[in-house]
Structures are given as C-alpha cells and as structure tokens.
Design a protein around this ligand. Structure first.
Ligand code: SF4
Length: 344
C-alpha cells in the first residue's frame, strides 16, 4: 500500500504527501458479523480540515472527512477513484479497505482554535459517508460535533447512515449555537434496486425514518434525491413514489441529481449493470457517450419532473449546498450541478 502522494479528501487536486505519515498505519480486522471481511487502516492524519480545490464553483470551501473508503458500497460511488491514490482497489477494495483518521476530533479542535481559522462553514459527507458502519466502532463524529459545537462553527452533514441519530443530542446542542444543515441521501424507494446497487446502506425507508426522526426533534432535514438512475429509477411513477415518501417523512427540501459515472465508478457500475441488467448496457453507452454525465436534456427533464412533484407534495426544492440561516431548515451541500461531490 502506498501512503505517500495522497490527494486531498475532495478527490481532486494536487497530491498531498503531508496528509498521512507512512509510519502511522495500524491495520485491524474485527471478527464480528458487521465487520467481517473489512480491514481498517488506522492512521494519525496530519490535517483534517481540507480546502476544496476550485471551491469557487462549490457552495462550501472546507470539508472534514474522517474516513476513506465506504462500507456502504454503493456501486456508483464516485469516491471510488480516490482509493486508487492509496494504491487500493476502487472496486471491492473501496468497500472493504477503510482508512480511519483516528485523531480527527483532536485535529479538528486544534484547527478551530488556531488563529488563522475564521469560522467558515465545514461540510461533512462530501467524499465518503461519515456515518458509515465504521463510525459505530470508532465513534469519531461525537468528538467532531462537540468541537464544532464548542466553537459555534457552522457545518453540514450529508449521509445515508442511520447512525446519525445516535448523535442527536449533540446535533441539537450545536444547532442552538450555530447553523447546522443535515441532508439524507435517498435516490429512490425501490427496495429491489436498493439491495443490489447500494448493498451496504440502510434501506431507503430507514433513511427516511432518519429524516422523520430529525424533523420530530426540531432539526430540519433535506433529501438529496441521488442518484436518479436512468432506466432503473426514473419512470414517472418511480419519481412520484420517491418524492411522495420524502414529503411524508417531513423533509424540508428535495434536490434531484442524476447518476454520473466518472472513471473509477464507471467501470464498477458498468460491470454491475452487465450482470444485473445486461439489456441496458447499450442504452447506457449511448446515454453516457459524451462522458461522465447524462445529457443536459435528460438532467433537465428529471429536475423538472422532481420539482413539479415536490411542489405537488408541498416541499420546495432547494439550491443544494447553501447553508440556511436556521437549524430547522438546514443546508444540503451537494449541488444540483455536476460537481466533484460524491453521491452519498
Ligand atoms: S455513495 Fe456515499 S454512502 Fe455510498 S459508498 Fe459512496 S460514500 Fe458511501
């Protein structure tokens, strides 16, 4: 495994050899059903607050990502590519070789206390899910949230993990002193599709239960409807079912995002498609012939349909990523435009 030449957490930009020290890696496995087959690489990172390259195009400039790799194992996850910077496999390796920055809370607290820090918004869940299963064991987020709360530093979280409810008290405390934006990612409600394309995630219904629970505790939560998967979750009745369920859960907003397939994710997704839906391979080749993104006309069509449905069901689509002023109506950070953000 190569631990030099690492890139920043956004997965973009120059290599950053300063991120980890090669002598600081401890590898562990746990023989519990939950973690069987997963290897954790515990490291003491040298920095935890990362500046997003090209942030002018994004709604935030700073990110914190305590993990790399994600056991949620979404086939389409574009963060897969970032595993190659560690000389790790972008397919199964991304799902099962998890880098844990065990000193993330103390590093964050130190950064927030530093003279140069000006209290900017920090986005989490922008590369991989900070509430993936590993968080149940490593419990890095409570320390991170406590640091943000103590410094009244605004932040947002995007997740597919139900584990976020464990930290509800901390989220409430933080929301009393600063802007807190929570978004849950639910691209569709089709459980058959979910089982194969997002095999390590809580079900869409359980994620919507998170939205419901947060709303019930006075913490507004948006839904990033991502990804909308062409020919598999984009039928009008499927879009309607998803938006209806999102509305019923009490989401403050719903923002659609069509599947994009960058290198790293594209190969893995295409293999999955060939196995589970071989009749669609040619259609995908045509739809994504120009590159990582579906054509603009397709993206606009989906966006319009979802926005119309959201209006019908009484929820407003939000310009994602814009932190709101009050905690009851939080931010969603991935933009509706194609960006380098992952599709949590
Ligand atoms: S899309 Fe998000 S939840 Fe899914 S594997 Fe990637 S980082 Fe994890």
């Amino acid at each position: 495994m190569r631990w030099e030449n690492l890139t920043p957490d956004s997965g973009h930009g120059r290599a950053d050899a300063a991120l980890f020290g090669a002598d600081a890696v401890i590898t562990r496995t746990f023989d519990t059903p939950e973690f069987r087959g997963i290897t954790f690489h515990e490291i003491r990172a040298r920095s935890i607050v990362n500046r997003v390259p090209g942030a002018s195009r994004l709604p935030f400039e700073w990110t914190v990502n305590p993990y790399r790799g994600c056991t949620h194992a979404c086939v389409y996850c574009f963060a897969r590519k970032t595993h190659s910077y560690l000389d790790l496999d972008t397919g199964l390796g991304f799902d099962s070789q998890i880098v844990v920055k065990v000193n993330a809370p103390e590093l964050l607290r130190r950064r927030l206390s530093s003279r140069g820090w000006r209290g900017e918004h920090i986005a989490m869940g922008t590369n991989v899910d900070c509430y993936q299963r590993a968080e149940g064991r490593y419990r890095l987020m409570p320390g991170i949230l406590a640091a943000l709360r103590d410094h009244a530093n605004p932040f947002s979280i995007l997740t597919k993990g139900t584990l976020i409810l464990r930290d509800l008290p901390l989220l409430r405390q933080a929301a009393e002193v600063t802007d807190v934006g929570i978004s849950v990612s639910v691209g569709f409600t089709d459980e058959t599709l979910w089982r194969t394309v997002e095999p390590g995630t809580p079900s869409p219904q359980r994620r919507l239960d998170v939205v419901r629970a947060l709303a019930g505790h006075g913490i507004g939560c948006g839904v990033l409807m991502a990804p909308v998967i062409p020919f598999l979750s984009d039928r009008p009745d499927q879009l309607r079912a998803t938006v209806r369920a999102v509305a019923a859960a009490g989401a403050t907003s719903v923002t659609p995002l069509v599947l994009h397939l960058r290198p790293g994710a594209r190969e893995w997704f295409t293999a999955w498609l060939a196995h589970h839906h071989p009749h669609l391979v040619n259609r995908y080749e045509r739809l994504y012939a120009e590159g990582a993104y579906a054509p603009k006309w397709y993206q606009r069509r989906i966006t319009r349909q979802v926005h119309d449905l959201a209006q019908e069901y009484g929820i407003g689509p939000t310009r994602a990523g814009m932190p709101r002023r009050d905690a009851a109506a939080p931010a969603e950070h991935p933009t509706a435009e194609p960006t380098q953000l992952t599709l949590l």
